[in-house]
Design a protein around this ligand. Structure first.
Ligand code: PMP
Length: 391
């Protein structure tokens, strides 16, 4: 074929079929499984760590806000999308976390993209833990900075990369609780290294906010860093807060800069008022029930302990995320399916979603799991474990 004879339109996407076959052959095809409104299965896959997504105070506030403000935000934040709810949520989030200011985005993904790109550029070096979430990786790619993706959870690797950087400004990027294995970054140590090298620190606290720290104020608060002038926290409103959306929390001048420059803030329709109201209500619940986060943590620890005692290769959780290693992508998929058949929904993580290529099941604990939920989960996971899953 030459350039003057274009392919017929029904063949231009033929290359997709070859890709799909490759994925299928490797056992890596993804599946969308619609969840019924009232599932009769035990959910150990979602991120509703505090059980607030269906809490009447939270879901009811969302419904009321939709009726009052409309189903959508109607425009971007700088045009018509900013409501009193957005301003109140930003104020309350900053106060709750002990920071100067906050800015709400339509998702945690958008918050990470916006924060990383706005806080770095061609004159910057970014030093990022190599296992950070895809949204941070995309932010790094778009930033035009020199990016060093360093060894996972290794402060000395951060130090080395900062010391040998070729750009004057530097941003260190990490998660607080890593989303695949649920392990924790040494935030205090990493921050100390940032200080020594004049770098700012961006912490994605998606899995820490609402779970860790005093009353769920998050991992950055727990590390004593929420008011630090050189630390920025990003988070999602869609996990422990049971709502939808994302936020950047930190020094007032950082937030002002994001309003002026973060493209995923400026050019994106604002967070829906219903989501803002739900997140606000969830913060209210956390303030009135400060013991709720500890229940999620205790349930995660209990579940992990029993899985380990049953011989499975389980991480010991720092928050509410537990991972269980599987011997292969096919085994992980079959294991998750077998659990689903027995009424337990767990997440299956396989390449390319896992940075180290190791397939696993990911389980998430909730504050409202009962003892019998935990017993049942352990029984089903053990009974359905594939050959090679035990330690
Ligand atoms: N960061 C981390 C660590 C996450 O796990 C997620 C959600 N998968 C996000 C960011 C993105 O947040 P959202 O789902 O609100 O876009």
């Amino acid at each position: 074929m030459n350039a003057s004879s274009p392919p017929p339109p029904d063949t231009v996407f033929d290359w997709l079929d070859a890709e799909a076959t490759k994925r299928a052959d490797a056992g890596l095809t993804r599946r969308l499984r619609p969840r019924p409104a009232q599932p009769d299965e035990l959910d150990l896959a979602g991120n509703d760590y505090l059980g607030l997504a269906r809490d009447k105070r939270v879901a009811g506030s969302a419904a009321a806000a939709a009726l009052r403000w409309g189903a959508g935000a109607t425009g971007s934040r700088l045009v018509t999308g900013s409501t009193e709810l957005h301003a109140e949520l930003e104020h309350e989030l900053a106060r709750f976390c002990g920071a100067q200011a906050a800015l709400v985005f339509s998702s945690g993904f958008a918050a990470n993209l916006g924060a990383v790109t706005a806080l770095s550029g061609a004159e910057s070096a970014i030093v990022s833990d190599k296992y950070v979430h895809a949204s941070l990786i995309e932010g790094c790619r778009l930033s035009r900075a020199d990016v060093a993706a360093v060894a996972h959870a290794d402060p000395e690797a951060v130090r080395h990369a900062l010391a040998t950087r070729r750009k004057p400004r530097a941003l260190v990027v990490t998660e607080s609780i890593f989303s695949v294995d649920g392990d924790a970054a040494a935030l205090g140590e990493v921050h100390g290294i940032c200080r020594e090298h004049g770098a700012a620190l961006l912490v994605d606290d998606a899995h820490g906010l609402g779970v860790l720290g005093e009353g769920g104020r998050g991992a950055v608060h727990a590390a004593g860093l929420s008011a630090a002038p050189d630390v920025v926290t990003t988070c999602t409103l869609s996990k422990a807060l049971g709502a939808q959306g994302g936020a950047v929390i930190g020094p007032r001048r950082v937030i002002r800069h994001l309003v002026e420059t973060a493209r995923s803030f400026i050019f994106d329709t604002a967070l829906a008022p219903a989501s803002a109201a739900a997140a606000l209500a969830a913060l209210g619940v956390l303030k009135s029930e400060p013991d709720l986060p500890a229940k999620a943590i205790d349930n995660a620890a209990n579940l992990a302990m029993h899985l380990k005692a049953a011989g499975l290769r389980t991480t010991l959780p720092e928050a509410a995320v537990i991972s269980v290693r599987a011997p292969s992508p096919e085994a992980a998929f079959g294991w998750a399916e077998a659990c689903a058949e027995q009424g337990i929904r767990v997440a299956c993580f396989r390449p390319p979603s896992v940075p180290d290529g190791v397939s696993r099941l990911r389980l998430t604990a909730r504050a409202n799991l009962t003892e019998s939920d935990v017993d049942r989960a352990v029984k089903v996971l053990t009974a359905t474990a594939p050959r090679g899953a035990a330690a």
